[in-house]
Write a protein that binds this ligand. Structure first.
Ligand SMILES: NC(=O)c1ccc[n+]([C@@H]2O[C@H](COP(=O)([O-])OP(=O)(O)OC[C@H]3O[C@@H](n4cnc5c(N)ncnc54)[C@H](O)[C@@H]3O)[C@@H](O)[C@H]2O)c1
Ligand SMILES: [Zn+2]
Length: 363
């Protein structure tokens, strides 16, 4: 088993990574000294696969879990679902000492984490991620929240989990397209922090796609280490944590402009990284060979690297970027790469450069 520590003083916790960890959920929660009553929040796709094992493990360790199942999909990251969860927690008399287990992908993690942050002014929670994106990204770092009609993640909190349990076996049930979408974030970690990880991905991508246990646990642990280190330096996202947004300014704009549901988050972030690499080449001297490697690796992972850019879509992309919540003082700030493994955040980008970078995407 690999263990990664998230260093946050009193709020520190560990991320455990191995196949088969779900069976240990109860025993690990025991060690944390949590109250007997707890709720497992999960979704309609994950529940039939893993809820029984999670509940069984908790019961065996002496806990009394109740199961709350929300519809699968981004729509469940809503205040309406939050209210429905509150009602069920209250009906089952969960108390201050009780805790919540988030069993699922990033949607369940963000929702259940927000419920945990706010129910009775905050109860403990444990993340049991079941998508690759949640293993390497959303379950770590304590950003929890839901969407408003006006936009994604507009209501939320920082609420760190007490434990993250990455059972690599859960990823076997994940649709291939979802797994590949998670790889966009994995590749991002290589670009922002770790040239060795990037090279290893180039060399052993086949093993990773086949979910070779050794390769998978190395990759998940390395990504978690990078995220833990960044979060340890900047828990509340006031500066350096921005590097985790490489490819995301354009990626979010594509998610919002291309019509909801067309691209998965990771797919949009793949396109965003192509644009960010082109901008990096022009503005920060990213070697052209590195930009080529980034494009090749994303394509090899089965992610989109080209985009049909109509004039209308181009206009709405630029408008969406200006609306991005990371815009400060009216200027869109980008994370750009100097080379694979090193980035700089807070970079201003002239609109003409952005136009040229978008042209690369359309080619
Ligand atoms: N909090 C953060 O720091 C952070 C970071 C990145 C993304 N996010 C959020 O994460 C969300 C996206 O997460 P996601 O990509 O995991 O999406 P998701 O939770 O919707 O999961 C994707 C799909 O896979 C299904 N699924 C999950 N695990 C499965 C399994 N093991 N087998 C079969 N099906 C399974 C889900 O039911 C869903 O249909 C977004 O809302 C995004 O805003 C949060
Ligand atoms: Zn992302």
């Amino acid at each position: 088993m690999r263990v990664v520590k998230v260093p946050l003083g009193k709020r520190s916790y560990s991320i455990q990574i191995a196949p088969g960890l779900l069976a240990r959920l109860g025993a690990e929660c025991r060690k944390l000294g949590l109250g007997r009553r707890c709720a497992i929040i999960t979704d309609t796709n994950v529940a039939p696969r893993f809820a029984k094992a999670a509940a069984g493990s908790l019961k065996k360790a002496g806990f009394e879990p109740v199961l709350i199942i929300v519809p699968a999909g981004e729509q469940s990251k809503s205040l309406k679902t939050v209210a429905a969860c509150f009602d069920q927690l209250a009906a089952h008399r969960l108390e201050r000492g009780s805790f919540i287990v988030a069993l699922g992908g990033g949607v369940v993690g963000d929702l259940a984490g927000f419920v945990a942050a706010t129910y009775l002014r905050g109860v403990a929670f444990v993340q049991v991620p079941t998508t690759l994106l949640a293993h390497v990204d959303s379950s770590v770092g304590g950003k929890v929240g839901v969407n408003l009609r006006a936009g994604k993640n507009l209501v939320g909190a920082f609420h760190q989990p007490r434990l993250v349990l990455c059972d690599l076996n859960t990823l076997r049930a994940l649709p291939a397209r979802e797994f590949r979408a998670g790889l966009a974030e994995v590749i991002k970690y290589g670009i922002i922090c770790d040239a060795v990880l990037f090279r290893r991905l180039e060399r052993d991508l086949g093993k990773l796609l086949a979910q070779d246990p050794k390769m998978l646990s190395y990759v998940v642990a390395r990504c978690c280490e990078i995220k833990a280190e960044v979060v340890g330096r900047d828990e509340t996202d006031s500066g350096p944590r921005a590097i985790l947004n490489f490819g995301h300014t354009i990626g979010h704009a594509i998610e919002n402009s291309a019509g909801y549901g067309r691209y998965l988050h990771g797919e949009a972030i793949s396109l965003g990284q192509i644009v960010a690499a082109a901008l990096s080449q022009e503005l920060l001297g990213l070697p052209p060979a590195d930009a080529v490697r980034i494009g090749k690796l994303l394509a090899a992972a089965g992610l989109p690297t080209r985009f049909r850019l109509t004039p209308k879509l181009r206009r709405s992309l630029l408008a969406a970027m200006r609306l991005d919540k990371k815009v400060s003082g009216g200027k869109v700030k980008f994370v750009l790469a100097e080379k694979i493994g090193a980035v700089r955040w807070g970079q201003s980008v002239p609109e003409r450069a952005l136009q040229r970078a978008l042209d690369k995407l359309a080619r």
